[in-house]
Design a protein around this ligand. Structure first.
Ligand code: AMP
Length: 431
């Protein structure tokens, strides 16, 4: 909590119920994030809205606070009044955590509904009238088919990470769910990108929506980006060297496939780091355990694939490392959105080979600046591990001669001159 700011001033502009106001202060929020400043007043006015905002911007509280306020103003008396649809189980749990956190001084009940776990407790929550349901579309539809849902009292619908729900093939399920919802309702749609298909869905679903554009291509300014060029066969060696020489708190590493994630996790664990892995072949229990171990610091490294790590909300990730570069600039921005949260410092390190040239150019165009290249000497790799940096063409709209030269490897914390606050855990903590 801020010492400088009177607690009564925090979020005061929104005139929230005192119970919500108290929870916001208890959550440690001091000022509204940009998406919150724009979306909360509209949400409170019960306007439909479409917002382009990524995870990490505080978008969850931007819709949760108006929803909680509405439920305090209009008690739903044991009927489901709000449905939040989201693509993954992890996101559903995170949203629910946020609801519990901000609703802690109220008696509003919420529940999650997603696949991979038993139907019965979910059925009880649905029938028992949790006022807020946070659900993945597929499982929610299953419950609808079994007559477990009570949809007539729904006043508010949120489509969260709508682009990803479409990517994951949920469009037919969403359309089916929409047909059963009361027409008289508020709908808030959040998405990082807007493909034509999504615009079509939005047109048919929202009424005169307000649009909020938070500029996808502006990753947190507190994130430092660096590319490490290497040969594809020396990636693991380079990664281990980076881990050994970098001052980190907790590290999220992305690989292209589940198989590569498993293999890399074994290699990193073999080098003595507390490591865990998250991908969609893991059971719900395994995923929850992996997240728990990573959150608690028992494992300082989490190796993950894109889908599994979508929207992960872990406040303390100091480094995102792209062991494999993502396919698109959007995916890059999503990945690095996992670090540098809520104004904390973060670093995004990407291992690249000459084959990644086109993708790097697209990423640089998207973020509007050139990313610094560095090299590391790897004596163990056939005498000379570093390869010549790929030839890059200057990204459009950006030129800063001189930053093209590669820098020799340095101890990262010395280079950035930053000290991380919060944790003093050392990287080599045993499991
Ligand atoms: P989200 O983008 O909703 O995933 O939020 C990212 C993280 O920021 C979550 O851990 C939130 O609890 C946190 N957060 C949300 N709003 C604020 C705020 N106004 N001040 C500080 N942290 C916030």
């Amino acid at each position: 909590m801020s010492n400088e700011k009177n607690v009564n001033e925090i979020f005061a502009e929104f005139r929230l119920d005192p119970r919500l106001q108290k929870a916001v202060v208890a959550a440690g929020y001091e000022t509204a994030t940009p998406i919150q400043s724009k979306a909360i007043p509209l949400g409170l006015e019960r306007r439909d809205l479409i917002a382009t905002a990524q995870t990490g911007t505080g978008k969850t509280a931007a819709f949760v606070l108006p929803i909680l306020q509405d439920l305090l103003d209009n008690p739903s008396r044991g009927k489901t009044a709000t449905l939040i649809l989201t693509p993954t189980r992890e996101l559903a749990e995170q949203i629910n955590d946020n609801i519990r956190q901000l609703g802690r001084f109220t008696s509003i009940k919420s529940a999650t509904v997603y696949g991979g776990v038993g139907m019965i407790p979910q059925e009880r929550a649905l029938r028992g009238g949790a006022e807020i349901i946070v659900a993945c579309p597929g499982r929610f539809l299953d419950h609808m088919g079994r007559g477990n849902t009570r949809l007539s009292g729904i006043r508010t619908l949120v489509l969260d990470e709508a682009d990803r729900m479409l990517d994951m093939g949920f469009l037919p399920s969403i359309k089916r769910i929409l047909t059963e919802l009361p027409r008289e309702r508020q709908t808030m749609l959040f998405s990082a990108t807007f493909a034509p298909e999504l615009n079509k869905l939005a047109e048919g679903t929202l009424r005169n929506p307000a649009r909020i554009d938070m500029d996808l291509h502006a990753p947190a300014k507190t994130v430092t980006h660096v590319l490490y060029t290497c040969h594809k066969d020396s990636k693991t060696e380079l990664l281990l060297k980076l881990l050994a020489e970098t001052d980190t708190n907790s590290v999220l590493i992305f690989t292209r496939t589940k198989h590569r994630a498993n293999r890399l996790m074994a290699q990193i664990a073999g080098a003595g780091y507390g490591t865990t892995v998250l991908h969609s072949n893991k059971s719900q229990n395994q995923r929850q355990l992996a997240l728990q171990n990573f959150r608690s610091g028992k494992c300082q490294i989490l190796v993950a694939t894109d889908i599994a790590a979508r929207g992960l909300d872990i406040a303390t990730i100091s480094h995102v490392i792209n062991y494999d570069i993502p396919d698109t600039a959007d995916a890059y921005i999503h990945r690095i959105g996992r670090t540098g949260r809520a104004e904390a410092d973060g670093d995004a390190l990407t291992l690249v080979t000459y084959e990644d040239e086109a993708t790097i150019a697209a990423i640089e165009r998207a973020i509007g600046s050139r990313i610094e290249r560095r090299r590391m000497e790897l004596p163990g790799f056939r005498g000379s591990a570093t390869v010549a940096a790929p030839r890059y063409s200057e990204p459009a709209g950006y030129s800063e001669p001189g930053r093209y030269s590669e820098q020799p490897a340095r101890r990262y914390s010395e280079h950035t001159g930053r000290r991380r606050s919060g944790s003093s855990r050392s990287m080599r903590a045993p499991m």
